[in-house]
Design a protein around this ligand. Structure first.
Ligand code: G3P
Ligand code: MG
Length: 232
């Protein structure tokens, strides 16, 4: 597995609607090698790319993803773009040759189903394992995914120090730690690197901040702007 300094956060989300095929194509055209995206299940268990629990911010529709069948979601537009299924996104990423950090973002109560369905979709599509990093802030989702596909690489997402500790104490084996950049300092990054983890930081849209994080030992930053490093 080879990480790169920039992972395009939700695709090139500064330039195209987040978590859409257009955002992946834009990321590729801006030189990204890796994209991050969020997967969750519709009411009828179709894995789609979406970040929020509700459809309001992205589509204007006042509804929860958990209550909305795919047939309805299929007809919506997020910033003028369709909301992709995971399967459609994988086909696109394969064609573009992009590497994928797939964040399992289960809706409450759907932790196991989200992991199972996402991993089975990835395996069914034969997405190259060396181009794939699975992450989540749900231990249950990660444990389920690891049970099905222990050969893949997994990352723990933590927004704060107690969440980081939860992952470290979980007994699960993580390749990487995906941490809110605001909780990082030099000592913490060096400690985690010394323990053998790759440290990734989200969300970083300032080139000078990215450079400081790299200097401390951070492997990659999630950025809405895939061209960020060239601006450092
Ligand atoms: O995986 C890193 C980052 O995407 C986690 O935060 O809220 O953008 O999914 P969020
Ligand atoms: Mg995410």
């Amino acid at each position: 597995m080879r990480l790169e300094p920039i992972i395009a956060h939700r695709g090139a989300s500064q330039y195209a609607p987040e978590n859409t095929i257009a955002a992946f194509k834009k990321a590729k055209s801006l030189g990204a090698e890796w994209v991050e995206t969020d997967v969750m299940l519709t009411q009828d268990n179709v894995p789609i790319l979406h970040h929020d629990e509700t459809l309001e911010r992205t589509t204007g529709m006042l509804a929860n993803v958990a209550d909305t069948p795919y047939e309805t979601i299929k007809s919506l537009e997020a910033g003028g773009e369709p909301i992709p299924t995971l399967a459609a996104a994988l086909t696109c990423l394969n064609t573009l040759g992009l590497k994928l950090n797939l964040e399992l973002k289960p809706l409450p109560g759907k932790e196991k189903d989200t992991a199972e369905i996402a991993i089975k979709t990835l395996l069914g599509k034969r997405f190259p394992p060396d181009k794939l990093l699975i992450s989540s802030s749900s231990l249950e989702a990660l444990k389920t995914a690891m049970g099905i596909a222990p050969e893949l690489h997994y990352g723990w997402i933590a927004d704060n120090l107690s969440a980081l500790e939860l992952g470290l104490q979980s007994g699960l084996s993580f390749y990487s730690l995906h941490l809110n950049e605001q909780v990082l300092d030099e000592a913490l990054v060096k400690k985690l690197c010394a323990e053998g983890y790759k440290v990734l930081a989200y969300t970083v849209n300032q080139a000078t901040r990215a450079q400081r994080l790299f200097d401390w030992g951070v492997s990659s930053v999630f950025s809405d702007d895939p061209g960020l490093v060239s601006k450092a």
